[in-house]
Design a protein around this ligand. Structure first.
Ligand code: NAD
Length: 340
């Protein structure tokens, strides 16, 4: 069975998810939507993705720009089994009414509240709980990073309590209307909303998060302090658990990937996706153990970390894999990510 998929919203996340779906052997990308002509609409056409119009602007501007249009979102939804909604924050909630009426299943993004879907999703964290659902929400980039790490730490050593400070990028590289460009902005919601969001994947987890926004576009960095239930014999045990897991990349000291600029330079060298880093990035030197206290840094490429999770969410909905590990292996092979 090949699941027929639409991507509604072809921006930072949507264009990456569309490429990822087009590469999966058990999925067919039927079309993508744009609300207005842009270079991204041109790229969709150049890639051979049928282009449909979403929103209320109509087809006129596309015709004037000479872009071939296959129809409207309503036309597209008639041809698919599922839609990935990658529209801006809170627009997905409105779109849900359209998907309900069309009778298609939908994957939403982390900019929506958890209530938009039947369950929140993370492939390593709770694939099994999401099997057969009609509506899923892939949690945000930061929550995906934390949930992946929790899915390694919790089963191996248990967690009494998790503290994380999120150093967040100010904007994505192509965004020019957000800041700061010179400052460090505390998030005064204490603790931040990320901890409760992680609990949509791990309901019993004691976790408190705080956040600051800094003037960078490359990645987020999480500073984690985890109070483990059982002490690993040594930090190496933790490192090898992260190394053995899909969706993690651990840099050794001799690689000289000292911070996010080198990590993203590695991503450009590697050339997966849009020169993306879809894995949680850890540094060997950035993992420390003091008795049952675990400290580690992880970097999160906000533009791409949720991309493979969107693919896995579709597999969970349509029961195309027996568990998360099988789906992850299929997704990662198709994307060219390292296999574990
Ligand atoms: P974006 O602004 O880059 O892309 C959104 C796209 O949706 C744009 O092309 C826009 O024109 C289009 N759009 C606007 N109104 C629409 C409508 N009514 N119907 C269909 N499409 C419409 O945004 P993004 O960064 O890709 O974010 C999309 C979602 O992914 C949000 O929920 C966001 O919170 C989440 N997310 C973003 C990031 C990130 O860092 N960029 C990371 C993880 C999750």
């Amino acid at each position: 069975m090949r699941v027929r998929v639409a991507v509604n919203g072809f921006g930072t996340i949507g264009k990456r998810v569309a490429d990822a779906i087009a590469k999966q052997p058990d999925m067919e990308l039927v079309g993508v939507t744009k609300t207005r002509p842009s270079f991204e609409a041109t790229r969709a056409v150049e890639k051979g993705y049928p282009l449909y119009v979403a929103g209320s602007n109509g087809l006129g501007a596309f015709k004037a720009a000479g872009l071939p249009i296959a129809g409207t979102l309503a036309d597209l939804l008639k041809k698919v089994d599922a839609v990935v909604d990658a529209s801006p924050d809170k627009v997905g909630k409105e779109n849900r009414k359209i998907y309900d009426a069309a009778g298609v299943r939908a994957v939403f993004q982390g900019g929506e509240k958890a209530e938009v879907a039947e369950a929140s999703f993370n492939a390593l964290g709770n694939f099994g709980a999401c099997v057969g659902k009609r509506y899923l929400r892939v949690v945000s980039c930061n929550t995906t990073g934390l949930a992946r790490a929790a899915s390694i730490v919790i089963p191996n050593w248990g967690v009494d309590h998790w503290e994380a400070t999120l150093v967040r990028r100010a904007s994505d590289p192509a965004e020019t209307k957000k800041g700061p460009i010179n400052g460090i902005m505390p998030t005064f919601l204490l603790p931040s909303h990320h901890g409760p969001d992680v609990r949509t994947i791990f309901p019993g987890l004691s976790i408190a998060t705080t956040a600051v926004v800094v003037p960078t576009t490359l990645m987020h960095v999480h500073v984690n302090h985890v109070f483990l239930k059982r002490a690993p014999a040594e930090a190496g045990e933790l490192l090898s658990a992260f190394r053995r897991s899909p969706r993690f990349h651990v840099f050794a000291p001799w690689e000289h990937a000292e911070g996010t600029p080198q990590v993203m330079e590695y991503a450009r060298d590697r050339g997966i996706g849009f020169n993306d880093m879809m894995e949680n990035v850890l540094w060997e030197e950035g993992v420390r153990l003091d008795g049952r206290d675990l400290f580690f840094f992880q970097a999160i490429h906000q533009e791409s970390i949720v991309v493979p999770e969107n693919v896995d969410a579709i597999r969970a909905m349509f029961e195309l894999a027996k568990d998360g590990r099988e789906s992850i292996a299929k997704t990662d092979k198709a994307l060219g990510l390292p296999l574990h």
